[in-house]
Design a protein around this ligand. Sequence first.
Ligand code: FAD
Length: 379
Amino acid sequence: MDFRFSPEQEAFRGEVRAFIKDEWPPKPGDQSFTRKLAKKGWLTMSWPKEYGGQAASHIQQLVYNEEMAYYQAPGQSMGTDRVGPTIILFGTDEQKKEFLPRIANDELHWCQGFSEPGSGSDLASLQTRAVRDGDNYVINGQKIWTSGAQLADYMILLARTDPDAPKHRGISYFLLDMKSPGVSVRPLVQMTGQAGFNEVFFEDVRIPASAIVGEVNRGWYVSTATLDFERSGIGRVIGGLRTYEAMLQYAKQAPSPSPKYRRLFDVPSLRHALADVGLSFSVGRLLSYRVAWMQSQNLVPNYEASMAKTLGTELHQRLARIAINALGLQGQLREGDFVPLHGEAANFYLSTVSLTIAAGTSEINRNIIATRGLGLPRG
Ligand SMILES: Cc1cc2nc3c(=O)[nH]c(=O)nc-3n(C[C@H](O)[C@H](O)[C@H](O)COP(=O)(O)OP(=O)(O)OC[C@H]3O[C@@H](n4cnc5c(N)ncnc54)[C@H](O)[C@@H]3O)c2cc1C
């Protein structure tokens, strides 16, 4: 098996890297980074040309995603990585005309209204109702953990259109204008102190029937495509690599934690833990390459994406624990001149907790690996 990239792909990697070095993080007063990516056509490089993309190969997209993830730069938006591709697959001509150019130009912010207080892993049990009334549907109910809803122009919304059908067969997939009367957003503050996600309430919200993506009552199957797009990225593995490299650098230079050892890097358990993490980054990278390669062959990665996601997200948490333990009490501080790694360990520790919950928990992904990957009967 040859894992090397072609000279053209390596040249493109160099181009992306040079762009990131110049443009990320943006300087005050700069145009938004993603708007610049949109201008270069990079946000939608793998979309078909007829929808404003460049029809780039999955491997070129992988190279791009890998560089963006490594530098922790936002190389995609929710619109470009999952909403646009879902509309391309299932949307009407009118929906394509209305939304795809604006998504490609980074003019619309999206949020994903799937989870509810009683429906997360068992998403198909969702209770938000959409009742037909003439040319409209009337929405009532609540979503939770809706990332970015406070900034979003539109939501991809799952609502129950047939309460009597079996649970997977009574759901429809809507494109909801967040400015519609009756939508209210309440931010939820996380333990990092940020308020990245929200509760969203719907009170008699009217939405045109033409806003349904795919067929009425078949929205579950549309949403699984959206979730497949969401889970397939290499970012969940490579996103923490720079923190790992910073930790290695620190371990090489930091003084001894106790008289028993000469330097931090002499501590055997830390040496082994860091070696182990390095090993897992290499495995995770290859699992992610496999997902992209399958896509390039028109195969649908399923348990393969779950393997990369589970390994990558748990790896981030393991690295966070190693870093916070190795850095001692100061490592728990998030800012201050004397704080090791400029507080990165503490921030990383807090922010990685949610990774094994978002986009399908580790347990749910292990169930997928067990049933679809290993052929074990459902438990
Ligand atoms: C950072 C972050 C961002 C998010 N953003 C969004 C968003 O934008 N839009 C959105 O719709 N949702 C979002 N979510 C919600 C996310 O999709 C859900 O949290 C996730 O699906 C789990 O659902 P839950 O929280 O209801 O937990 P539950 O489903 O109640 O699970 C509770 C526990 O039970 C376990 N469990 C459940 N079922 C099984 C089973 N069958 N077998 C074994 N174990 C099981 C779970 O693994 C978990 O440990 C986000 C979550 C996070 C953390």
